[in-house]
Design a binder for this molecule. Structure first.
Ligand SMILES: Nc1ncnc2c1ncn2[C@@H]1O[C@H](COP(=O)(O)OP(=O)(O)O)[C@@H](O)[C@H]1O
Ligand SMILES: [Mg+2]
Length: 308
């Protein structure tokens, strides 16, 4: 922030002496510089995803700025920050979902399991099978519960089923049955639907639909699950089931979750990345450190609810 862009409030603040060591804007944000030591998160174990100087533009709008982040495998990473700070944009970069947005331009690198996903020749169907996504609004197909789960494996040729396969004697109904049960159990919804697998998925409650969508993502045997505010359309009981599920899934999967609910991030994540207005990653660390003793004043203000 330069002198000439100072607002009346800020000028007043300067006269009164700044409330903090850095000068404070009207939104409560300071002009502190992001330091590499705040975003360079050290952890034991292997990184599943590594982004390096990731930038995203929507036309002239620079939505994400130089995001370099290592995401550890088999854990929950929460992305928090005020609306519009680029959380969904970042998440969509991790399985190239932004490719579907024509205005989006991406620069920089994203490696999944040590392989660059932004290079020619990457099979996007295969990528999205390994890096699955769950959205804010549960979006089951208007098909049976069973078909919702088996759809992916069939599409990928992991299950053969249908009239032709039956005629040729290679029908894999039994394999399908096992796979569907396994995925529904993993998503903690089997007990609620085992007697009605042929019912339309749209007849389920919102929370059940969301767990079904998680089962559908799990059925293609991913390594990573991306979740964009997966519980924000659900009631508290359904939300708490999803939170328990996410915790359990992180034993086997790398979960990256966007949430605007800070208590949720604090409850379920191992590490938290705080994005702030302007598409910057300001701080990334163990979740308890972020919530109890953040380095950045802007993060401290955001966590304590002073803005955002
Ligand atoms: N499809 C899009 N086309 C143009 N601009 C977009 C699009 N999606 C997001 N943006 C812009 O990018 C910025 C970040 O948005 P988003 O990633 O949705 O933030 P968040 O998920 O943190 O609320 C915002 O300024 C938003 O308006
Ligand atoms: Mg979003």
């Amino acid at each position: 922030m330069s002198e000439t862009t100072q607002t009346a409030d800020e000028a007043q603040q300067t006269r009164d002496g700044p409330a903090t060591s850095a000068s404070v804007t009207t939104t409560g944000e300071t002009d502190e510089q992001i330091r590499e030591s705040w975003t360079d998160y050290q952890f034991d174990g292997r990184a599943q995803i590594v982004t390096e100087d990731l930038n995203v533009y929507y036309g002239d709008d620079h939505a994400l700025k130089n995001i370099s982040m290592e995401i550890p495998e088999k854990s929950v990473t929460a992305l928090i920050g005020p609306s519009g700070c680029g959380k969904s944009t970042f998440l969509r970069c991790l399985n190239r979902m932004n490719d579907r947005i024509s205005a989006a331009r991406i620069e920089g690198s994203v490696e999944v399991d040590g392989r660059e996903i932004y290079q020619d020749g990457v099979n996007l169907v295969e990528l999205r099978k390994r890096v699955g996504m769950v959205f804010q609004q549960p979006n089951p197909f208007p098909k049976s519960i069973r078909d919702n789960v088996s759809y992916g494996p069939r599409k990928h040729g992991d299950i053969r089923k249908g009239l032709l396969d039956r005629l040729l004697g290679r029908d894999e109904s039994e394999k399908e049955r096992e796979l569907v049960e396994h995925a529904l159990r993993q998503a903690a919804i089997w007990d609620e639907v085992e007697d009605r697998l042929d019912d339309n998925a749209l007849g389920l409650s919102g929370g059940q639909q969301q767990r079904l969508c998680i089962a559908r993502a799990l059925a293609t045997d991913p390594d990573v699950l991306l979740m964009d505010e997966p519980a924000s359309a659900l009631d508290p009981i359904a939300t708490s089931k999803i939170e328990d599920l996410i915790h359990d899934l992180s034993e086997d999967y790398t979960v990256v979750i966007v949430t605007h609910n800070m208590q949720q991030a604090a409850r379920i994540s191992d590490q938290t990345a705080v994005f702030l207005t302007g598409g910057e990653l300001v701080e990334y660390d163990r979740t308890d450190k972020i919530f109890e003793n953040p380095e950045s004043e802007r993060v401290e203000d955001y966590i304590s609810g002073k803005f955002g």
